[in-house]
Design a protein around this ligand. Structure first.
Ligand code: SF4
Length: 203
């Protein structure tokens, strides 16, 4: 699996897109944030929107990324994918922090040591039989009405615990949402994360 690529004397990252929007998930829902989406994933989930990480990408040096993001008013940055922990991002995270950024990572838990310098790590495990207990800041389970939720209702943590309805691509799935609402009502240690951006019709 790749670490960072070294090109013309600089480390570069494979970037699918960079954009400014509202975080719609988890503890920072509603926070204006810069999104950096990296290329590639170690998994191939059936519900994945592949276009988000298997399509075209551009190689960016750290300073080229800074040049794109520096005029956005928010200092909250979310590195997502794909699976960002395919890459050793610790130097990049420190680089961003030196410019005042609060760096969040969204990960399926592939290799947390590759992002250990991050300020916040959102863990969204896809293999519910092998959930990692450490290395993350909040946990978020993607749940549909067919999910075997008995695998997660006894998971013990004092960190923020979210369930989020499985939504396909850019639209909310209201049946999965209803299922998740009933789930958090039954197990109130869980919180609901709804992908707010899909309801607002923003990216
Ligand atoms: S872990 Fe996420 S990015 Fe990777 S295949 Fe699954 S849904 Fe897609």
């Amino acid at each position: 699996m790749p670490i960072l690529f070294y090109l013309k004397g600089q480390f570069v990252l494979k970037v699918v897109e960079i954009f400014y929007s509202i975080q719609g998930e988890g503890i920072f829902s509603g926070v204006p944030s810069i999104f950096v989406r990296l290329h590639g994933c170690n998994l191939a989930c059936s519900f994945c929107d592949d276009a988000l990480h298997v399509g075209d990408y551009k190689s960016y040096s750290f300073y080229e990324i800074l040049d794109v993001i520096k005029d956005f008013p928010s200092k909250q940055i979310i590195i997502t994918g794909g699976e960002p922990t395919l890459y050793d991002l610790n130097e990049f995270i420190k680089f961003l922090q030196n410019f005042g950024y609060f760096v969040c990572i969204e990960s399926n838990g592939y290799k947390f040591e590759n992002v250990k310098n991050a300020d916040w790590i959102t863990y969204s495990p896809k293999d519910w039989d092998n959930i990692k207990k450490e290395g993350w800041s909040e946990i978020k389970f993607i749940v549909s009405k067919e999910s075997q939720v008995e695998k997660i209702v006894n998971f013990e943590t004092n960190k923020p615990f979210f369930v989020q309805p499985l939504n396909l691509f850019d639209k909310p799935d209201f049946e999965n949402l209803d299922f998740c609402i009933e789930l958090v009502k039954k197990y109130p240690f869980m919180k609901l994360s709804i992908q707010m951006h899909k309801f607002l019709g923003v990216r």
